[in-house]
Design a protein around this ligand. Structure first.
Ligand code: NAD
Length: 363
């Protein structure tokens, strides 16, 4: 057998611009925009009209006219078929390796458009412009792109770092409460995995954030994005463990999302996955009752609606978690928690413990 090892071109620099009511991004990043021969703005068909107006304030049509591509709403966007349609559209419009994709929308739009950018002509530059709270603190940052397959989440995907991420919290003004709450699931995750400073900042802003307070939202986006990008810079391709904490609550969360047929919003599924991890940690003797109550009260603040769309099918749950990308060949593998900021990876947890956590998480 012959093997080859070639160093790969690691990411350039991870660049992000954050703030409220930003404008004319190309004038701030001329090195990125000047060489672009064509620009495609990708967004969702269900985006409110204000989203497009804000996008044009960020990226005014200058010398290079924009092409527009519309994706179906939310998870319906995340298919290989949609990635193929977008690539074909770019080809018909004469997009080259010097062209630029601007993905402007929730995490479904940034996941799909980033994926298409990574495969079109073997990879072109893209800009991630997350417009939901969840995507500004998580999905739109870090360069993981994906589509869903066979009803399971993010089964095909790539690492393709955006050349720039732009988080403008003015987009959040039009976000319905349910989407703020969904972002709250990932926000609470950061409070559980991050250092004390981040946890205290989130605890201090949590209720105002869920009520749509502009300065609380901007403070949370800025703190969480800075934390996520720091982890990503240490472990761009999720290889050395630094980035793993970001998956806390996601193994069970992704299973709940799949078991709802995609009807449970991602952040609510993550929140239920976090509760699953807290219960499993308590039952495994890792997390004391007092620490459990403190962390669980953060989830209580989200006031999650009943997860009626998730089928209570424990066997299907076991099958989904055993096939999770992060299971690494074990029967099951979960990140558990010993204390805020201290995670512990556990493999092959017993079905009785998992069932207790499953039932508690979906209560
Ligand atoms: N790549 C990653 O690292 C990563 C991390 C976390 C989550 N994700 C993925 O992100 C997705 C979830 O993202 P999401 O929560 O943003 O959901 P989403 O993309 O489904 O968007 C939710 C809804 O909000 C609407 N919307 C978007 N911006 C809006 C605005 N400014 N005002 C009003 N409505 C707006 C959308 O049109 C959509 O109907 C999931 O597919 C998940 O797997 C990816």
């Amino acid at each position: 057998m012959k093997t080859f090892n070639f160093p790969i071109r690691s990411s350039k620099t991870i660049k992000a611009a954050l703030g409220r009511e930003l404008a004319d991004i190309p004038s701030d990043f001329p090195a990125l925009f000047k060489p672009a021969d064509k620009i495609c703005l990708v967004t969702g068909t269900d985006a409110p009209p204000s989203l497009r107006a804000r996008a044009l304030a960020l990226f005014p049509e200058g010398g290079v006219p924009h092409s527009y591509f519309w994706l179906p709403p939310s998870e319906k966007a995340k298919t290989l078929e949609q990635a193929g349609k977008l690539c074909s559209f770019l080809f018909e419009k004469g997009f080259s390796r010097s062209s630029l994709i601007i993905a402007c929308g929730g995490g479904a739009v940034t996941d799909l458009a980033g994926f298409a950018a990574s495969i079109y002509m073997r990879g072109i530059n893209w800009i991630s412009v997350p417009t939901t709270f969840l995507a500004q603190i998580d999905a739109g940052l870090g360069g993981k792109t994906a589509v869903n397959l066979g009803g399971a989440k993010n089964i095909a995907g790539t690492f393709h770092q955006p050349a720039l991420a732009v988080c403008d919290t003015a987009f959040l003004d039009s976000l319905p409460h349910a989407e703020l709450r969904s972002g709250g699931g990932e926000l609470v995750k950061y409070a559980m995995i991050g250092p004390g400073t981040l946890r205290r900042a989130i605890e201090g802003h949590l209720s105002k954030t869920l009520a749509g307070d502009k300065s609380a939202l901007t403070a949370c986006v800025s703190a969480c994005a800075a934390y996520k990008l720091k982890l990503v810079a240490k472990d761009e391709r999720d290889e050395n463990g630094s980035r793993e904490a970001l998956n806390f609550g996601h193994t069970a969360g992704h299973a709940f999302e799949a078991m709802s047929g995609g009807r449970l919003p991602h952040g609510e599924a993550v929140a239920r996955g976090l509760r699953f991890a807290l219960i499993a940690s308590r039952e495994a003797g890792l997390l004391g009752r007092e620490a459990f109550s403190g962390l669980d009260s953060l989830l209580g603040a989200l006031r999650l609606p009943p997860a009626a769309s998730v089928r209570r099918d424990f066997r299907r749950f076991l099958s989904l978690v055993s096939r999770d990308k992060k299971a690494r060949g074990a029967g099951n593998r979960f990140l558990l928690i010993k204390a805020p900021g201290r995670l512990h990876a556990a493999e092959n947890l017993k079905p009785a413990l998992l069932k207790k956590a499953f039932e508690g998480a979906l209560k």
